[in-house]
Design a protein. Sequence first.
Length: 447
Amino acid sequence: MSPHSAGRRRVHRSVAAGVPLAVLAALVLAGPATADTASGQARVTRTATLGDLPLGAFSNALLPGTVDDDRGVDLGGIGSDIYPAGRKGEFWTVTDRGPNGQIKIDGKKRRTFPVPGFDPAIVRIRVSGDTVKVLDALPITTSSGKPVTGLPNQEGRDEAPYSYDARTPLSYNPNGLDTEGIVRAADGSFWLADEYGPSLVHVSARGKVLTRYVPEGLSLTGADYPVVEALPSVLLHRKINRGFEGLARLPGGDLVLAVQSPLSLPDTDAGEASLTTRLLRFSPRKKAVTAEHAYRFDPVDVVDPSEDDTSELKISSVVAVGGDRLLVEERTDKAARLQVVRLTRGADILGGRWDDDTTSPSLEQLADPAASGVPVLAKRLVVDLGKVTGVPGKIEGVARVDHDTLALINDNDFGMTDGAGAFDAQGRLVDSGIETTVTYVRLPRGI
């Protein structure tokens, strides 16, 4: 999708009192899905593609004046998660912090934010034939209605933000969110998972942050919304850019949060080599974490035969599939496998020695946690998406459509790539060509 094409479509919008601006866009067609898998195997039944929608027009329709130059970037990144919206083919999705990349300056990588005015948004979409249509969008705002932005929160804890060319430092913002997971509550409000804190964010039906729950000891000050330290302090050891990513809502209303990668405990090297991450159960009624579980990744070359770096393993999506059962996505950027686990009371490690960051060896350092008495969650493989023809890379969102069908959404990173070549001499995006798609996969034996 070329940012310079003469046919870049404009945003048409309508305003309804008290309702966020609807963003309607004409969208391009996707090519037909191909699924030549053998009979009895999982197969792709539909692929739909999001068309080109200029990011500045999209953002300014929601919060006028927030983006003065989108640098040729189109709306993307809505593939951070996907959640059924109640009508056939309709889903809630959420963007991440916005276009960002890395450029080396003097041998050191700097995190760039080419459109620093971008505000994360909740986006309602409809899959219609080969297209993904944007039906509506809610900007995520502070208590006073200002954009939270996607900028990092704290100097020394988060990566320093820079301009598109990595030359000019940008300001930190304690309100900033890197939203990655979404579910909708029975009252119409939303819960979001954030990577920065990591944090769990409760958002009103109109996008206003009601409360942000963060780890004990984070000491985040200056935010324009309530911040409550209600999560275990051990989460302060989250790897940079690997906080919470998966979020599920259980039938009873409890939430499950997945730490994307093993904690850096006691240090970065331990986290990079570890196969053990954590799932947390949060009660909205009690406003507290009520359980914690150890989750064990498969070896990286099992998840992705082309990869040998254990640190590339991530959990990007968790989906409630009845009772206390959970579908968990283990992935790299190129492959993914979906496992089912049951959150049993006997596997709860909350408040024990593994939440004490002075415990040595740490949970993350154990080569065989079960042999050390850790009740690791048992799991069962449902589908290896890396073996399903037509499934794209970097699947970050999974939704259950029915007993046999899943909807997958990929994160296209707003068409950005890393490195100085991400933008041309005029500061306009050199688009990667990767599109945002929703892919339906049929499982012959269900879940």
